[in-house]
Design a protein around this ligand. Sequence first.
Ligand SMILES: NC(=O)c1ccc[n+]([C@@H]2O[C@H](COP(=O)([O-])OP(=O)(O)OC[C@H]3O[C@@H](n4cnc5c(N)ncnc54)[C@H](O)[C@@H]3O)[C@@H](O)[C@H]2O)c1
Length: 343
Amino acid sequence: MTDYQYYYELRSRLAFAEKRLNALPPDDVISRVCLEAQRDAWEKRLAACVESGVGVGSVYITHWGKITMGGVMAGQDVTAGFVGNLSEKLDIAAAMRLDGKVALISGGARGMGAVEAGLFAREGARVVVGDVLEDEGRAVVAGLPEGAGVFVRLDVTSEDDWRRAVDLAGECFGRLDVLVNNAGVSAVGGIEDTTAAEWDRVMAVNAKGVFLGTKYAIPAMRRAGGGSIINISSQLGIVAMGESSPQYIASKGAVRLLTKSTALQYAADGIRANSVHPGPIVTPMTEGRRGDPSVQELMVSRIPLGRYGEAVEVAYGVLYLASDESSFVTGSELVIDGGWVAQ
Ligand SMILES: NC(=O)c1ccc[n+]([C@@H]2O[C@H](COP(=O)([O-])OP(=O)(O)OC[C@H]3O[C@@H](n4cnc5c(N)ncnc54)[C@H](O)[C@@H]3O)[C@@H](O)[C@H]2O)c1
């Protein structure tokens, strides 16, 4: 981020915090405390920027398609003409693809969820990281820019936890625009080896967890004027694999169609829902498989690109669906699998 991007990011965060503070009901003490702390942090950083001369005479684009041009002289807005070249400005816009948005990511303590939290924050979002892994989740938030994230203990199978997580997004950041239903568990074994309890365990996290997250996020998104729900399914939500477990495949297939059902039911509210279908990705979930040479060989032999994907390669797809760049995309499937389902 250049100095003047940083400067304007601070200005936009400060303005947003002030707007939210002004809109708060007088008895909403928790939100007030959160927002005042954020506002103070932004004010302090902005003051340091102005003191060092950053932001003087710079220009800014706030959003794709919404170009704001203005210079800043000694901290004051002045209207200016179009300064600099367009591609540079579009780069700036692209660098802040989630400016002003608030996202909740389940399973954000490690793996793909943690990478998405970092990427979202870098792109201007405030992020609620939810997970059952508390220490890891707090460490992810500690690695985000100051004031950009908050951790909440969230077991996605619990309705109370979802209520709390969605409420926290409102209390700390004033709104909820994006939900990434990312939490998931894997499983092994064939149909005859699988107990009913094991079936229920996987379905509870991977399928019911997505349903509950969707259910509790929607009212908050409606209040925000719309939103984007991104459900992490799998390439195994599109095609089966004899060596994988029935409950994992069934849960990911359920996510795929629940996503389309959500997209249709809430399109009129401006709420989009899309599923993402990663192939084998390097994360803690696949550590065991990657450590076994015969399994590793089998998996790689099925990936036309000849390798596992990296978490960030999925995160960029999730970022696109979270941003307004995908404003005409709903009910769709984004496959990020090295070519697996093309076969
Ligand atoms: N890694 C892959 O190859 C791959 C491929 C396709 C799809 N996926 C899916 O991507 C998503 C992320 O997977 P990953 O590879 O980053 O896995 P991971 O195991 O590294 O991370 C999953 C996260 O979900 C959390 N989680 C598990 N149960 C939870 C619960 N009940 N409540 C809240 N959080 C819970 C875990 O604590 C963990 O932080 C999962 O839905 C997974 O099924 C993974």
